[in-house]
Unconditional design. Structure first.
Ligand SMILES: Nc1ncnc2c1ncn2[C@@H]1O[C@H](COP(=O)(O)OP(=O)(O)OP(=O)(O)O)[C@@H](O)[C@H]1O
Ligand SMILES: Nc1ncnc2c1ncn2[C@@H]1O[C@H](COP(=O)(O)OP(=O)(O)OP(=O)(O)O)[C@@H](O)[C@H]1O
Ligand SMILES: [Mg+2]
Ligand SMILES: [Mg+2]
Lengths: 273, 266
C-alpha cells in the first residue's frame, strides 16, 4: 500500500502495472497464466522478477509489449510515462516499442534474422528509428558492440547469427536493445547462456545503464545471485501470482512467503560464502 | 580399470573467415587441439568463457559437424571406421541436449510428438499406447504437466522447452548423454529435480555424462572431473573438488571468483 502511495506523486515513475491478467485459449480450455499483477518501476531502477519456470514471467511482459501469441489476450493496464500500453493503438505502440522500450528475448533467435549479417541487423534499427545514415548507423553498431564487450567487433559485423556461440548471440540481443537509447529495458533471462565472467561484465553494464543513463530495467532471471547484484526491488512469481514484492534486501534476507523461502533454500550452500 | 568410452585426440575445428576477395584467409580456431578421455559412469564437466568452444566440442564428438582434424574413438573404435548400421545404434546410445531450447525443437510438432519421435525411430515394435505412456511418465519426471502434450513449442515457456529437450534425449534410455547447458533456463527447484533425475539414471543405468555448464555450483555438485577451456584449448583439467579448492590457472581462478553471491549488498 505504501508503495502505491509513494508512486502517485512520483515524477520518476516510469512504468506502473495495475491488475494485469493474461489468458490463453488452449485445446484444453481457457487458462489464466498471470493473475492480477501489480508492480511499478522508477527511472534508473531495476526490478528483478524471479519465479518458477512456467510461472508467467515472460507472458507478463509479452502482454505489456503486445507480443502475446494469437491465442492469448490480457486485461488491466500498464502505464508507461502516462500512456497505457495495453489499450493504445498499434501505431502508438510501435512508437514506443523497439525505441523507448528495448526487449531482450529469452530466445535469442526471436529477434535475430537468420540470413542477415549482424552489422546490418543492428544498423537497420538505427536507420529505422533514428533515421541515421547507414554510415552513422554502422558506427553506432560498433559502439554498442563495444558496450556489450564483444571481442573483434569489426569481424563480427560480417558474421551471421548461426556463426555465433550461445553467449555471443545473447550479447548481440543486448546490443540490439541498446541501439536506440531506450528508457526502459526488459531483459528476459539475459545471462543464462553466459559464463560467470561474461555474466558479471553484463551485470555491471546493466548497473551502468541504470545509474549513468537513468534507464529503468526489468530483469527476469531464475538466478537469485544475478537479481541480488542488480535489482533494487524484486517480485517473486509462482503459478501466475506475484507472491512477494519488495526491496531486494528485505525479500532475500527476510522472505515472508513460503515459496520465496523455498527458492532461497535451494541455493547450493557453498555459494553463500 | 575403468572402461574408456570416448577418446579424443588433438581435435581441431577451424572456420575460415574469408571476407572479401583480397583479404588474407584467416581462421577462427573454435577448437584447437583438444584431447581428453571419458570413462563409463563418469560425469565430465566442461566449463569456459563464452565462445571458448564448448558447444563445438559437443557437436564434433557426436559427429554432427565435420572436424578439421583429430581423432575421435567411441567405444574403442575410431568413429571414421563406423559402418552405417553402427552409426544408427550409436545415435540411439549417445544423446545430446542442445544449448538452444527453442531452436532445437521442430516448431510444427506438438510437444508430445517431439518427445516421442526418437522412440518410433528406434523401437518399431512399441504400441502407440505404450509410447504415449512412456512420454507422459518422462514428462512428469522432468516436471512437465501432461496438459502440455498437445501444445506447440511457441506455446510453452523457455524452461518448459528446455525440459522437452531433456525428455526427448532421455526417451530411449541412452548410455551416454551430452548436455550443453541443460539447466541454464531453469529455476533452482526444477534444476534440482533434473539433476536428481540425472543422478538416479547415473546410478540405475550407469549413465555417462558430459556436462557443459557455466554454472559452477552445478558443475561442482555433479561432475567427477572438469575441463576448463579457453580459446579452443584446454587450459586446466582435473578432479572437480581439487580444481575448485586449488585452481592453478589464473583464468580458472577468475571464473571461480566471479560467481555472483545471492546475499545482497545493502
Ligand atoms: N501461446 C500459449 N498458449 C497456451 N499457454 C501458453 C502459451 N504461451 C505460454 N503459455 C503458458 O503460460 C505459462 C507461463 O509462461 P511464461 O512463458 O510466462 O513462463 P515463465 O515464467 O517465463 O517460465 P520460464 O522461466 O520457463 O521461461 C506456462 O505454463 C506456459 O506453458
Ligand atoms: N558456423 C560457424 N562459422 C564460423 N564460426 C563459428 C561457427 N560456429 C561457431 N563459430 C565460432 O566458434 C567459436 C566457438 O563457439 P562455441 O559455440 O563452441 O562456443 P561456446 O563455448 O559454446 O560458447 P557459449 O558459452 O557462448 O555457448 C566462437 O568464436 C564462434 O563464433
Ligand atoms: Mg520465460
Ligand atoms: Mg555454447
Amino acid at each position: 500500500m505504501q508503495l502505491t502511495q509513494k508512486n502517485i506523486n512520483n515524477s520518476n515513475l516510469l512504468l506502473k502495472v495495475n491488475n494485469l491478467s493474461v489468458f490463453f485459449n488452449t485445446p484444453e480450455g481457457n487458462i489464466q497464466v498471470v493473475k492480477d499483477a501489480n508492480f511499478s518501476l522508477n527511472k534508473g531502477e531495476c526490478l528483478g522478477v524471479v519465479g518458477e519456470s512456467g510461472s508467467g514471467k515472460t507472458q507478463t511482459f509479452f502482454s505489456i509489449t503486445g507480443l502475446l501469441s494469437s491465442n492469448g489476450y490480457c486485461k488491466g493496464s500498464a502505464i508507461f510515462k502516462g500512456f497505457d500500453l495495453i489499450t493504445s493503438s498499434e501505431e502508438e505502440k510501435r512508437r514506443y516499442l523497439g525505441k523507448s522500450i528495448g526487449f531482450i528475448f529469452q530466445d535469442p533467435m526471436t529477434s535475430l534474422t537468420p540470413h542477415m549479417k549482424i552489422g546490418k541487423q543492428l544498423s537497420e534499427i538505427a536507420i529505422f528509428h533514428e533515421k541515421l545514415s547507414s554510415k552513422l548507423a554502422m558506427e553506432r553498431s560498433l559502439e554498442v558492440l563495444d558496450i556489450v564487450k564483444m571481442p573483434k567487433s569489426r569481424d563480427l559485423i560480417n558474421s551471421y547469427p548461426h556463426e555465433l556461440s550461445g553467449g555471443m548471440k545473447q550479447r548481440i540481443m543486448i546490443a540490439i536493445s541498446l541501439m536506440c537509447r531506450p528508457e526502459l529495458i526488459i531483459a528476459d533471462e539475459p545471462t543464462t547462456a553466459l559464463d560467470v565472467t561474461t555474466q558479471s561484465e553484463i551485470l555491471s553494464i546493466f548497473n551502468d545503464l541504470k545509474s549513468n543513463m537513468n534507464i529503468g530495467i526489468i530483469l527476469i532471471s531464475h538466478n537469485i545471485g544475478v537479481i541480488a547484484e542488480t535489482s533494487d526491488n524484486v517480485a517473486v512469481m509462482k503459478n501466475g501470482l506475484i507472491v512477494e514484492n519488495g526491496s531486494t534486501f528485505n525479500v532475500l534476507t527476510n522472505p515472508k512467503d513460503e515459496y520465496t523461502k523455498h527458492l532461497l533454500s535451494c541455493i547450493p550452500p557453498w555459494l553463500e560464502k | 580399470m575403468k572402461k574408456e568410452i570416448l577418446n579424443v585426440q588433438n581435435l581441431k575445428l577451424h572456420y575460415p573467415i574469408s571476407r572479401g576477395f583480397f583479404v588474407k584467409r584467416n581462421f577462427i580456431k573454435a577448437v584447437d587441439g583438444v584431447s581428453f578421455s571419458l570413462f563409463v559412469g563418469e560425469t565430465l564437466g566442461i566449463v569456459g568463457e563464452s565462445g571458448s568452444g564448448k558447444s563445438s566440442i559437443c557437436r564434433l564428438i557426436l559427429s554432427l559437424i565435420p572436424k578439421t582434424s583429430g581423432n575421435i574413438k567411441w567405444f574403442g573404435k575410431d568413429f571414421n571406421l563406423y559402418k552405417k548400421k553402427e552409426i544408427k545404434s550409436f545415435r540411439k546410445k549417445v544423446q545430446i541436449i542442445f544449448q538452444d531450447p527453442y531452436g532445437s525443437l521442430d516448431p510444427r510438432m506438438t510437444i508430445g510428438s517431439i518427445i516421442k519421435e526418437p522412440l518410433g525411430i528406434f523401437n518399431k515394435n512399441l504400441s502407440k499406447n505404450e509410447s504415449t505412456e512412456r512420454v507422459i511418465a518422462l514428462m512428469s519426471d522432468v516436471g512437465l504437466s501432461s496438459d502440455l502434450y498437445n501444445r506447440y513449442p511457441h506455446e510453452i515457456s523457455g524452461g518448459q522447452c528446455q525440459r522437452v529437450g531433456i525428455a526427448r534425449a532421455l526417451i530411449n534410455k541412452p548410455s551416454v548423454l551430452v548436455c550443453d547447458e541443460p539447466v541454464s533456463a531453469l529455476d533452482l527447484s526444477i534444476q534440482a529435480q533434473i539433476l536428481d533425475l540425472l543422478d538416479v539414471l547415473k546410478h540405475k543405468y550407469n549413465l555417462t555424462l558430459i556436462f557443459v555448464s557455466h554454472d559452477l555450483s552445478v558443475v561442482k555438485a555433479i561432475c567427477d572431473n572438469v575441463i576448463v577451456l579457453k580459446s579452443g584449448k584446454i587450459i586446466e583439467n582435473g578432479i572437480t573438488s581439487d580444481l575448485f579448492k586449488n585452481p592453478k590457472d589464473p583464468y580458472t581462478k577468475k571464473l571461480i571468483s566471479s560467481v555472483p553471491s545471492p546475499i545482497p549488498a545493502r
